[in-house]
Write a protein that binds this ligand. Structure first.
Ligand code: CA
Length: 457
């Protein structure tokens, strides 16, 4: 698309209106409309990156994002498992508003028409595409395997990745139920999968660096199966535990790929004008898979901090400060409204967006907290965070913690502070009443697909 056509399509921003018919100066275009990249890792431990204090695995490239940007010390996702976490991030809405409460289960032998991100939801890619951004998704999708849920039907112009939740890194790439695909066509990918995703992300930037783009790069690393690239086989001999050594190689492959991507941005001179988020989709799976979440309690699947507080970093050298931390709680829901604001894109008006535009908070224009209160729900379990208080209700047991004094959630204060317990419970009940029933149960492998039709579109 020619620059002029793009401006007409975009139809947003004062610059676009006043300069219609002229070439927009590059510096102005870049200042007003940054490129946007969201990089997600999968089941990575909270403690497993250098900027979180990790010593035995080096992640210099992820760390460089923090050095050149802002690291959130209270950065959350909306779920403690892969798929609902992505549903929240992708829409900017608590996923329980549209029934996306549970993972969709193991890869189906056939296609499940009813399990996926409801097509009535507006995605971050829909929002940015409507503002003229070129959109691409690379990596794990996990928001539905039916062709109608494919990223190319959900606002992304391009897709390279697999539709379901887990995938081998080496061999067996041609999985009948969950193939690596380009668009909606299965491909026989030979490369170590993390390297393939880095390659495709960089190729996307090469194709689209001269106009505003949005890249969603969802590595499945370091999610199981635990498979390390050959080239790192002897790189971590200082690590004695085999699974941790394997995990280190998987993480290193991702970090190296991110380094190559950042280098590509520098090559094109667009690093300063690219807003980049890096975050993990849910807590690490634990020692059995080589990850560590310390000092946080528990991990994947839990509403203790280890399940939902994640590495979360943002970088935009042109506008945001560098090498600092931000302490107020933020959540993955904030990414959509933030990127919409900087892109000059309109948010859908017919629905509640739960995230907020973080830019005024990150530039210091406002000192308030972005969120007075945050909620999580998975079946009967739930959690609430307000200021330093955290309520966790699991299997009928409700506990209360003061995160400022007890980040490890070891001292239950429910009996000592019934006033706080009551207040948070009441707030949860009010929020919960706005949410929908889950569209499918926690274990949807037992679902019998109804003949024809669908119940969620
Ligand atoms: Ca995950």
């Amino acid at each position: 698309m020619k620059r002029r056509d793009f401006l007409k399509t975009a139809g947003v921003g004062i610059a676009a209106i006043t300069l219609a018919g002229c070439e927009l100066p590059t510096f102005l275009r870049r200042q007003t409309r940054p490129n946007i990249i969201v990089i997600i890792s999968d089941d990575m431990g909270y403690a497993d990156i250098g900027c979180h204090g990790c010593k035995d695995i080096q992640t210099p490239n992820i760390d460089s994002i923090a050095h050149k940007g802002i690291r959130f010390t209270n950065g959350y996702v909306t779920a403690s498992k892969c798929s609902p976490s992505r549903a929240g991030l992708m829409t900017g809405r608590y996923q329980q508003r549209f029934g996306y409460e549970f993972n969709p289960g193991p890869p189906p032998k056939g296609i499940r028409e009813n399990i996926g991100l409801p097509i009535t939801e507006v995605t971050i890619a829909d929002v940015l595409a409507s503002a003229g951004y070129t959109t691409g998704a690379v990596g794990k999708w996990h928001l539905g395997t039916s062709p109608r849920f494919n990223p190319i039907k959900r606002g992304f112009a391009e897709f390279f990745g697999f539709p379901h939740g887990g995938h081998p890194y080496i061999g067996r790439h041609w999985m009948e139920s969950n193939p690596v695909m380009r668009g909606n066509v299965p491909v026989n990918e030979k490369e170590y999968l993390t390297d393939a995703f880095s390659r495709e992300a960089i190729a996307f930037i090469e194709r689209h660096h001269d106009k505003p783009f949005f890249l969603w790069l969802a590595y499945n690393a370091p999610h199981k199966p635990m498979q390390t690239p050959q080239r790192y086989r002897y790189s971590f001999e200082h690590i004695t535990k085999p699974v941790r050594r394997t995990y280190a190689g998987m993480l290193a492959a991702m970090d190296d790929g991110i380094g190559n991507l950042l280098e590509k941005l520098r090559t094109y001179g667009i690093e300063d004008d690219t807003l980049l988020f890096f975050l993990n989709d849910n807590g690490g799976s634990g020692k059995g898979y080589g990850s560590r979440n310390s000092p946080l309690k528990a991990g994947k699947g839990s509403f203790f901090e280890g399940g939902i507080r994640v590495p979360f970093i943002v970088k935009w050298p042109r506008r945001l400060p560098a090498g600092v931390t931000y302490e107020h709680p933020v959540i993955s829901l904030d990414i959509l409204p933030t990127v919409a604001a900087v892109a000059g894109a309109k948010l859908p008006k017919d629905r509640r967006i739960d995230g907020v535009n973080l830019i005024p908070y990150l530039t210091g224009r406002t000192k308030k907290t972005p969120h007075e209160i945050l909620f999580w729900r998975k079946g009967d379990d739930y959690a609430v965070r307000q200021a330093n208080w955290k309520l966790v209700s699991t299997a009928g047991k409700t506990e209360l913690f003061d995160l400022a004094a007890d980040i490890g959630e070891n001292r239950n204060l429910a009996a000592e502070r019934p006033d706080v317990l009551k207040k948070l419970t009441k707030a949860y009940e009010k929020w919960n009443a706005q949410m929908k029933e889950p569209l499918w149960p926690p274990n949807p492998r037992i679902i019998t697909e109804p003949k024809g039709g669908t119940n969620i579109s």
